[in-house]
Ligand binder design. Structure first.
Ligand code: SF4
Length: 378
């Protein structure tokens, strides 16, 4: 079995961003109780035989964790799992929620990849997104991260904001590139059900950017970053060189095992997916009583596994290898999906890569609707 990735969900934020539907709370006084529970969850789920080559602190805002606590968690991981010496250890940090000293201590604790939630370098966009930081703070954190010795930095950016001009988005990208980040994640703003931003949209307080403009920005982003030498390896993700692809996130797209810890975290291993309850209090209470806070579990049917492997694989520029897919699931890609693949080729959505099934940049933009079409063929 491929080595696993460990994901730690740190469910605290200084304040909630109006577009976000990730599970997090603003009650930071609960941080000590949470960290004790998280340590207990690691001990309860220990598996010394399990090789682990990626660790990801996500959230929430993991940079709100004291660096000493991150060091303690990593020490516990080393005790209870077989953490490889060359493991990728990522932590998400938000401007306004991390200091220069924290960054130095996180680096010393063994974090070797920093993902910074910049979102935009434009103050007006940051205000619309309800972020706690401004442009100056975003720039300062990147500079401080480099000074702290981080040589593998990812920047998260959001585009497709209401009335966003292509030139504004291009300016954000150029500003990001001026730091030659090792990784860039460029996400389209989405309106998730039940968020304050979606309610404001439904109340008519702003107009979303037209779908056509969003598609143009998507293709312009891919073209511009490719021209700057970045490897567009996944729908929203770009690496300065292939070595800087997110090894942890690739596990999700390669349908490889991962274990998630913390409230709302998901795990997947050998055809089974399970997840923790999205409730900090229940999480802490369960683990204090030495019970795992599992919220649900499902055995994926063969059909579900086929579809997930296919759709996750199609998120990648390289797509998936047809021969190993056919061997794994004992089906013929041509017999099952041939008609749809021909249609996608005619629409300019299917890339021509020998032995592989992959989407073009245009196809990637429509990954969601293409996914539904694959599901209908099964
Ligand atoms: S900081 Fe991140 S996790 Fe927290 S509310 Fe904002 S987008 Fe969501």
């Amino acid at each position: 079995m491929a080595p696993a990735g460990l994901y730690f969900h740190i469910p605290f934020c200084k304040q909630k961003c109006p577009y976000c539907d990730f599970y997090s709370v603003t009650r930071q006084d609960r941080l000590p109780a949470f960290l004790a529970a998280l340590q207990q969850e690691i001990r309860r789920r220990a598996d010394r035989a399990m090789a682990v080559d990626t660790v990801y602190f996500g959230g929430g805002t993991p940079s709100l964790c004291p660096p000493d606590a991150v060091a303690d968690l990593l020490a516990l991981v080393r005790t209870h799992f077989h953490l490889r010496a060359d493991a990728e250890i990522t932590l998400e940090a938000n401007p306004g929620a991390v200091s220069a000293e924290d960054l130095e201590r996180l680096r010393a604790a063994g974090v070797n990849r920093l993902n910074i939630g910049v979102q935009s370098f434009r103050d007006a966009a940051l205000r619309f997104l309800g972020r706690i930081h401004d442009r100056a703070e975003a720039l300062a954190v990147i500079e401080e991260a480099r000074a702290a010795g981080f040589d593998n930095i990812g920047l998260d950016l959001i585009y497709g904001l209401p009335a966003q001009k292509a030139s504004d988005w291009r300016a954000d990208l150029e500003q990001a590139l001026s730091w030659t980040p090792e990784h860039l994640s460029c996400y389209i703003l989405t309106f998730e059900t039940g968020t304050p931003m979606t309610r404001a949209l439904q109340a008519g307080r702003f107009q979303p950017l037209e779908e056509e403009r969003v598609a143009e920005l998507f293709e312009a982003t891919a073209l511009f970053l490719a021209g700057q030498g970045y490897d567009h390896y996944e729908i929203s993700n770009f690496a300065r060189t292939p070595d800087y692809r997110s090894r942890h996130n690739l596990k999700y797209w390669h349908f490889e095992p991962y274990l998630g810890f913390g409230p709302a975290a998901h795990s997947y291993r050998q055809g089974t997916r399970w997840w923790n309850l999205a409730d900090l209090d229940i999480y802490c209470r369960s683990l204090a009583q030495d019970r795992l806070p599992e919220g649900g579990r499902e055995e994926l049917s063969r059909e579900q596994q086929v579809l997930e492997a296919l759709l996750l694989g199609l998120r990648l520029k390289a797509g998936f290898a047809i021969a190993s897919f056919e061997q794994r699931f004992d089906l013929s890609v041509q017999d099952t999906f041939g008609r749809l693949l021909n249609q996608l080729a005619e629409e300019g959505c299917l890339a021509e890569i020998p032995g592989r099934c992959a989407l073009t940049v245009r196809g990637m933009r429509y990954h969601d609707s293409i996914s539904a079409r694959f599901a209908a063929e099964l």
